[in-house]
Design a protein around this ligand. Structure first.
Ligand code: NAY
Length: 292
């Protein structure tokens, strides 16, 4: 398995005007980010609109990603969904493509007990020999696991890390102190530096699609203890993220990518199509995306 420290792009799924996956645009996006020197990619996660893709589409997207990425950077495949059997099927498919690790959000919507959530994750760990990264995103999934519940997985060597999409940096720090050899990915890009302070070993982010070089730079500055310079970059990045949060993160990232020459298309309905006024707001922050 590759080293999984550093900056991982949570890839978007570009769509053509007819709503099908735009594989050439996806390849172009991956190549642009490989050139920037990202450490790896997180494929078929929330940013990829995974829960709005069919299983066939999820497999095709991952196959395209694997063709472009394996051998060049690390690849984490998000295979999570509500059904354990469905997730295990996606995990076995991912294992056949040479991914470095699988990751899954906890099963959501129904009020599953922790025992049920645990058996879901154990089944995934057993479905392939691949290491598992927990994806904890209480804000979207509605499933909030406690420090001790998260720790109960990290004690098991099959669970090599956690993607922590939460602003609870107390939990992140506790987990880092208890499990210093586990991968802890910061999830909210607008709080990337705060995550690093708490012990994150890197980040997985949607806005990295647009400006990975800034996160790579921040990460390097922090290794050198140059926190003030890193904070300036975080402030610059947050100018863009503030607009994305206003217009909608996934539609907005796709709008900006299109302005950058990568035909990402619209986010899938019920996400809205960006208005011309929203496109103007995005155009206004384009200079912050393109310069370091
Ligand atoms: C995923 O699975 O794609 C991610 O969770 C990446 C993390 C992002 N979360 C989502 C839902 O997009 O990058 C964050 C987030 O978009 C960003 O911090 C803006 O809030």
């Amino acid at each position: 398995m590759k080293d999984l420290h550093g900056i991982f792009v949570a890839l978007v799924t570009p769509f053509l005007p007819d709503g099908t996956v735009n594989k050439p645009a996806l390849r172009k996006l991956i190549r642009m980010n490989l050139q920037k020197g990202v450490n790896g990619f997180y494929c078929c996660g929330s940013t990829a609109e995974a829960f709005m893709l069919s299983h066939t589409e999820r497999k095709e997207v991952l196959e395209t990603c694997a063709e472009e990425i394996v051998g060049k950077a690390a690849l984490i495949a998000h295979i999570g969904e509500i059904s354990q059997d469905g997730a295990a099927d996606l995990a076995r498919h991912a294992a056949g493509l040479g991914v470095d690790a699988i990751s899954s959000v906890a099963p959501f919507y129904y009020p599953f007990t922790f025992e049920e959530i645990r058996s879901y994750y154990y089944a995934l760990a057993e479905s392939t020999g691949l290491p598992v990264i927990l994806y904890h995103f209480p804000g979207y999934s509605g499933v909030k696991l406690s420090e001790n519940q998260l720790a109960s997985f990290l004690e098991d060597p099959r669970f090599i890390g956690l993607k922590h999409t939460s602003s609870d940096f107390f939990v992140l720090e506790r987990l880092h102190t208890r499990f210093p050899d586990r991968y802890l990915f910061n999830g909210y890009d607008e709080m990337f530096l705060s995550g690093l302070v708490a012990g994150a070993t890197g980040g997985i982010g949607s806005t990295y699609n647009l400006m990975a070089e800034k996160f790579i730079r921040m990460y390097a500055l922090v290794q050198e203890g140059r926190w003030d310079e890193a904070r300036c970059i975080q402030a610059d990045v947050n100018k863009v993220i503030s607009v994305l949060l206003r217009v909608g993160v996934i539609p907005g990232i796709k709008g900006l990518l299109t302005l950058m020459g990568i035909e990402a298309g619209n986010a899938r309905a019920p996400f809205h199509t960006l208005s011309s006024e929203e496109m103007e707001q995005l155009r206004a922050v384009l200079p912050h995306v393109q310069t370091l």
